[in-house]
Design a protein around this ligand. Structure first.
Ligand code: MSP
Length: 498
């Protein structure tokens, strides 16, 4: 059994989670479930980023203390993940004592080592992004609320690790994925790296982890938050666990936080003499009317509103199927309904109804016995096996949307097979032939349902249980037992009517 450690970003608790946060978390959950089914020892980490200016401002707006604010908002994240069937192993909060202690310890070590130094700095500061930016970054126009600030601060010698980082990226093709993001970071690293300002004077920001070597300062929120990926699995606390799970197999996120993960984080790890994560994967953005869905733009869709109305599986399915991993996708309620009705209600849901009704009507609620296969039956089995293999391959390569499309093709193939073979007609002349058709169709339905389990765990389990099967079952054709009994379920994916 091999270990598989996967993480999501820690979300800011300045507001409730939206579809964008839900997407990364569902994606991590889907990958974790796929890996679990393949018998990996999976550790799936998510959590909340609770320090820093954004959170301090959100608390101030609500007229409450930051701690009171985060304690309340963290519940909304946890409740959302529960509702969306997110099966994480650990939820870390950056205000957890274990985490804050690890951060302080690392700061103290790096200060002692000489990788953190005190200096006066005058530069451009983006209040919205909470960091100093370069003139070039200002010109590129991606930063807001820019001020000129002159301040004494602590700096991390990020520049010292620049050439080692470039070497690492160049010699590890899968370190940053997709490839386009890797090229982006290599392009960024062509310019000299500045050292990283890792402190904020308390006069400006009080809500953070105090520096162990200077009471007048708190830690820059990113230097604090990134450390979660190692503090959560026992760094400097439970070394056995840490050595087992580290390095992370996948750090998942969207492209907005690529630089912090691909430049700040690896250089911090290098300074700590810790190996680097295997893969940093940045997916695209969910857009609303061509702009990024984000709290600050006020164009967010709340995942729970959709999950409450249509079920969490419907939302999980849509998000996984409609985003090509790595590219941006547009969220519209119309595309949500269209996708649901065409794939889940029509292709899949109708097939489930059809097969269950045929078995209950003609075979007393038990899976028919298969007779001799004819040429069409053999072709059908071959087609289903090909689609199954393709689907598994795509899931393994994290091409989730392609894997889903292959699985839905299985259902389309079965629907066509049933129409061609018309067992509701042949049953009158030859029950044996009709039984074979229905067995083969039910078996393909079972395989497709097992393949969809990571995406739609609730409905998939329900259908498999009704067939006396389970999500961990084999996807080899012919696994379904003849004569096993079924419990008829009705209307598993009711159509969404306008
Ligand atoms: N707190 C930092 C991360 C620290 S990780 C050590 C942060 N938080 S965040 O709340 O802003 O979350 C950003 C992440 O949320 C993105 O990288 C992505 O995973 C997810 N998304 C937020 N909006 C999104 C979209 N519109 N589309 C897709 N994903 C989005 O950054």
């Amino acid at each position: 059994m091999s270990k598989f450690y996967i993480t999501t970003p820690l979300y800011y608790v300045n507001d409730e989670p939206h579809i964008g946060h839900a997407y990364t978390t569902i994606l991590a959950d889907v990958i974790a479930r796929i890996k679990k089914l393949q018998d990996n020892d999976v550790y799936f980490l998510t959590g909340t980023d609770e320090h820093g200016q954004k959170v301090q401002e959100a608390a101030k707006k609500r007229n409450v203390q930051p701690k009171e604010h985060v304690d309340e908002y963290v519940k909304r994240f946890k409740a959302t993940w529960e509702n969306l069937n997110i099966d994480y192993d650990y939820f870390i909060r950056t205000t957890d004592k274990n985490h804050t202690e690890r951060v302080k310890q690392i700061l103290a070590d790096l200060y002692k080592k000489g990788d953190i130094y005190f200096d006066e700095y005058e530069g451009l500061y983006s209040v919205s992004e909470e960091r100093f930016i370069t003139e070039k970054e200002k010109e590129e126009g991606n930063f807001r609320q820019i001020k000129k600030i002159k301040e004494k601060n602590y700096f991390f010698k990020m520049s010292k690790y620049q050439s080692n980082l470039i070497k690492h990226i160049e010699s590890n093709e899968n370190f940053i994925l997709p490839k386009s993001r890797r090229n982006e970071i290599l392009g960024f690293l062509k310019n000299d790296l500045n050292d990283l300002c890792i402190s904020r004077p308390k006069s400006r920001l009080a809500w953070g982890i105090e520096l162990p070597f200077d009471k007048e300062y708190v830690t820059y929120v990113w230097f604090d938050a990134l450390i979660n990926y190692i503090s959560a699995i026992g760094y400097n606390n439970d070394n056995e666990k840490f050595n087992y799970y580290w390095p992370a197999d996948y750090h998942l996120m969207a492209k907005d936080i690529l630089t912090t993960h691909c430049v700040y984080w690896p250089t911090m790890l290098m300074s700590c003499n810790i190996s680097l994560p295997n893969t940093i994967f940045a997916h695209g953005w969910w857009l609303m009317d061509n702009t990024k869905m984000s709290k600050s733009l006020g164009n967010v869709v709340k995942p729970l509103d959709l999950a409450d109305k249509y079920g969490s599986d419907a939302l999980r399915y849509y998000l996984m199927r409609n985003m090509v991993l790595g590219q941006d996708a547009s969220f519209t309620i119309e595309s949500f309904k269209k996708r649901y009705n065409s794939d889940l209600a029509n292709d899949y849901g109708n097939l489930v109804n059809r097969i269950f009704i045929l078995i209950s009507k003609h075979f007393e609620n038990s899976i028919p016995e298969k007779g001799k296969y004819d040429l069409d039956d053999n072709d059908f089995i071959k087609n289903i096996e090909n689609l199954t293999n393709l689907s598994i391959q795509n899931y393994s390569n994290i091409k989730i949307h392609d894997g889903i499309e292959n699985t839905i093709s299985i259902f389309r193939t079965v629907n066509k097979f049933l129409e061609d073979k018309a067992p509701w007609k042949t049953i009158k002349e030859n029950k044996n032939i009709a039984g074979t058709t229905i067995y083969l169709s039910a078996e393909a339905l079972r395989i497709g349902t097992v393949l969809l389990y990571p995406i739609i765990p609730e409905k998939s389990k329900k259908i498999l249980n009704a067939m006396d099967c389970c999500p961990k079952d084999d996807t080899t054709f012919g696994f379904l037992k003849e004569n096993s009994s079924i419990n008829v379920i009705k209307n598993i994916f009711p159509r969404i009517e306008d």
